[in-house]
Design a binder for this molecule. Structure first.
Ligand SMILES: O=C(O)CCC(=O)C(=O)O
Length: 277
């Protein structure tokens, strides 16, 4: 299922794009979630306001749909996703989260971050399967990936600029590293590990949505994950008993060592707050 090029990309950068779903499947999924979005569901913490000026209040992301929506559970445990994960990781993963980002025209993006700073899979890491339901490019706010970050520890978060990001924290990126756009056709899935720094810029299109269906997983060797991601599912859709990762712990900051940027781990209380931009 995974080509030698895709495997090489994943081994080098911690991410790879694999075409997996047909246009008809994308149509069906898009229709399904657009219909669901007409109502409020568990996980809609900020509420849905069809009259809001803010595109993300009209179409907020959905979270953990697999807990109440059979279509989402079936998609997140789809055998094709499982085969790719096994190919890339050597082991079957566990599924812990689903999300649907609608990202309508004019919507803010999401500041750069590492998924592992939220999921805290231990041992091992987490993985994402990010399915483009629309073609995604720089105009409508495609994913942005930072090469060279696939093995990083969890970085201490900084404040993000909420004028363009709907989240208020970001992972620091040192000079010399920069996000690169992941241009995708609908039906392609971007697989990336929990260390890779990634995010997305605003949707600048006046007309195009940039919808994505996302599954989050922990690698097969993991025994703990943060409590927000429980219950944990096997790839056959059954629930498995899992430990809970503790809160807090050290995080990394970039320091200059002989002209090279390296990550140094510190206790969170020793951090110096960086003012918001
Ligand atoms: O879809 C996006 O814009 C961002 C998604 C993301 O960063 C994530 O799923 O971790």
């Amino acid at each position: 299922m995974v080509t030698p090029e895709q495997r090489h990309e994943f081994e080098t950068d911690g991410f790879a794009i694999v075409p997996l779903f047909s246009n008809e499947e994308c149509d069906r999924l898009t229709e399904h979630y657009m219909r669901l979005r007409e109502k409020e569901w568990p996980g809609d913490f900020a509420g849905v306001d069809p009259t809001s000026e803010d595109p993300l209040r009209r179409y907020p992301r959905m979270i953990h749909m697999h807990r109440w929506d059979e279509v989402s559970l079936r998609w997140a445990t789809d055998p094709r996703i499982n085969v790719v994960m096994i190919d890339l990781l050597g082991q079957e993963p566990f599924m812990v989260q689903t999300m649907l980002y609608f990202k309508p025209p004019g919507a803010r993006g999401q500041a750069l971050h590492q998924d592992q700073s939220y999921l805290r899979a231990q041992p091992g890491t987490c993985m994402a399967a990010w399915l483009a339901l629309d073609d995604a490019d720089e105009e409508n706010g495609c994913m942005q990936m930072v090469r060279g970050t696939k093995d990083l520890e969890i970085l201490c978060p900084e404040k993000a600029d909420v004028s363009w990001s709907f989240t208020d924290v970001q992972a620091p990126v040192p000079e010399g590293m920069k996000p690169e756009p992941a241009l995708m056709k609908r039906g392609e899935v971007l697989f990336f590990n929990g260390q890779v720094i990634h995010g997305s810029f605003p949707n600048q299109s006046p007309t195009r949505f940039r919808r994505a269906l996302i599954g989050h997983y922990v690698t097969g060797d993991a025994q703990q994950v943060y409590h927000w991601y429980h219950p944990v599912y096997r790839m056959d859709g059954t629930i498995v008993k899992f430990g809970q990762s503790p809160e807090g712990g050290p995080c990394g900051v970039w320091v200059d060592r002989d002209g090279r940027q390296v990550v140094e781990m510190i206790e969170p209380n020793d951090r110096v707050e960086v003012p918001a931009e």
